[in-house]
Design a protein around this ligand. Structure first.
Ligand code: 13P
Length: 244
């Protein structure tokens, strides 16, 4: 269960969140729990979660190790501060910051090279779903991004299916819709990496996951976890998602 805080919270708010959140999930051992925080909050988040089972991640990384890239953060930097995960290719980055399948692949490889677990996002826009193009879009995103990994790299990553029309809209995909998309993605994984690897890879669903709809989603065997935006910002609601 991964939380994506997007562009929310100060370091002080981060500390307050974990003071409330950690006791609420202390007895939860059924899921790996991750918070992907803004860069400026990572130090506070990693400090607050030391000795707990909660892992911390970034929300993006540059593919170079270092260099003249004003405003960017690299994989080795995220690793050095204590991150274990990083989100790659979120639809907001694809829509607003020029992310392409090609740059998604470069960032994913850079994350893996430094030992971070990339959570690679794919998902269709509303118009694409309405035109019955969901599986085709997912296949193109898979082939251009994740499909370019080696089998070893693939075994160390996590996929997140996030239909763009369900993000921040309160319009959650039905469990069946999400499971269909996960099956299509797992099919692409099987075609490229074989049956065993495709069964082992974790595919998270993201898009308006809340405490009151998480159970139905997680009842689908195809859905291995969640990537949670809005509901991860408040300790009680994210704990409600984790402890479904
Ligand atoms: P919401 O849960 O706010 O819809 O956001 C989903 C998301 O984009 C997580 O990465």
């Amino acid at each position: 269960m991964a939380g994506n805080w997007k562009m929310f919270k100060s370091p002080a708010e981060t500390t307050t969140f974990f003071e409330k959140f950690l006791p609420l999930v202390a007895a939860s051992h059924h899921a790996e729990v991750v918070i992907c925080a803004p860069f400026i909050d990572l130090a506070a988040a990693i400090g607050a979660t030391q000795g707990s089972a909660v892992a911390i991640g970034g929300q993006n990384l540059h593919w170079a190790k270092e260099g003249a890239f004003t405003g960017e953060i690299s994989g080795p930097m995220l690793k050095a501060i204590g991150c274990q995960y990083v989100i790659v290719g979120h639809s907001e980055r694809r829509q607003f910051f020029g992310e392409t399948d090609e740059t998604v692949l470069k960032r994913t490889v850079a994350a893996l090279e430094v030992g971070l677990t990339p959570i690679v996002c794919v998902g269709e826009m509303l118009a694409e779903r309405e035109a019955n193009r969901t599986n085709e879009v997912l296949k193109t995103q898979f082939d251009g991004g994740i499909g370019g990994l080696t089998p070893d790299q693939f075994s160390r990553m996590v996929i997140a299916y996030e239909p763009v029309w369900a993000i921040g809209t309160g319009k959650v995909a039905t469990p069946e819709m999400a499971a269909d998309a996960h099956r299509a993605l797992r099919g692409s994984c099987e075609a490229r990496f074989g049956r065993e690897a495709s069964q082992a890879v974790r595919i998270l669903y993201g898009g308006s996951v809340k405490p009151d709809n998480v159970q139905g989603l997680m009842a689908q065997p195809e859905i291995d976890g969640g990537l949670v935006g809005g509901a991860s910002l408040e300790a009680g609601s994210f704990a409600g998602v984790v402890n479904f």
